[in-house]
Ligand binder design. Sequence first.
Ligand SMILES: [Zn+2]
Length: 382
Amino acid sequence: MHTEQTPVVVENGLRAANTLPARYRDNSHGRHPALDLAAGTLWRMPGPFGIIRLLGPAYSLRCVVFHDISAMESPFTRGMRVTVPPDDFEAALKFLTQYYTPVRLQDVLDASERRGLPPRPVLVTFDDGYASMMEYAAPLCRKYGMPGILFLNAAFLDNEGLAPDNLVCYVANVLGMEAINAAARAIGNTDIPKLESLAEVFSRFFPSISLAERRAFLEALAHLGGINGCQLAGEAGLYLTRKQVGELAASDFEIGNHTYNHVHCRSLAPADFGQEIGRNKAELEALSGKKVRSFSLPYGSSADLTNDLVRNLQLSGHEAVFLSESVANPRRSDRVCFDRVSIHANKEDAFFFEIEVLPRLRAVRNRLSRGFGLVRMAGKDA
Ligand SMILES: [Zn+2]
């Protein structure tokens, strides 16, 4: 499988924003007023899609990712910026169906140099299997004729357990960050600096610990909070049921793999792939009655797309991989790795900025940082 990794580390003013998983980055909410002004000005110009092409490179597949489509955040999601209100989601679907051509995974897999994709193609995806998919997202997608991919973790279907992120979020919201830090100390790793925010837990702490340490941390967290994860998950009803997954798979939603337990894949040893990737794929295929042929990386970072993972995905029949670094996908017919944009806007100029402008700027920045890296390496060799 050919994959292209987008460097996460950059050396300009966008660095701080890009070291966080896409969903924790500030997008439209609280964005700098100058960016909002630029978005409005660009959108009002004649032919904004033509103008923005000047930024190049050719931007092929637009992929977007959503998580929870709900009117309100809950203690399980507050602070993670995964929740989009149904009205904003509907505005996004209106924008996408008006200015883009919705495509399915099959269209993307079939696209070749000759046949290619239709003009301005867009692929809509959903991660984590929130129950709100059934209540809001799927009915709205049907209303607008929008197909999609659902990337699921089988461990949490039927609300049999709480996903790590929702447990951490719940404890942080109910008991505060001190409880998170106490659980982090309980795993006995003295190198862990004090965690100040949820973003630090997901973008720094989790990627730095082993799977065993992560399990110990989550157990300590539940113990300290007096939480029975299974019971709380059942009460919260955050996730889809297995039956609903079958129903969604029978409509216009393809089911994709998102690991069994929502783990950072850089923590996986080759021996873990069977449990996290193979088992998840097999369970989802049994539920959907269809082949699972795509994989989205939990937390969306290219740093998790290790060579071992790429090999395992290839051998286990995954044909496309999705990141969430919000970078434009260049026009390449042999691509099997696609980046996705996390959308939080609610009006046309802001959608345009999130989907068309910022991903192109990030692609330019990544190319420049690669160029600077090569110059530095050349300098060192000399
Ligand atoms: Zn996820």
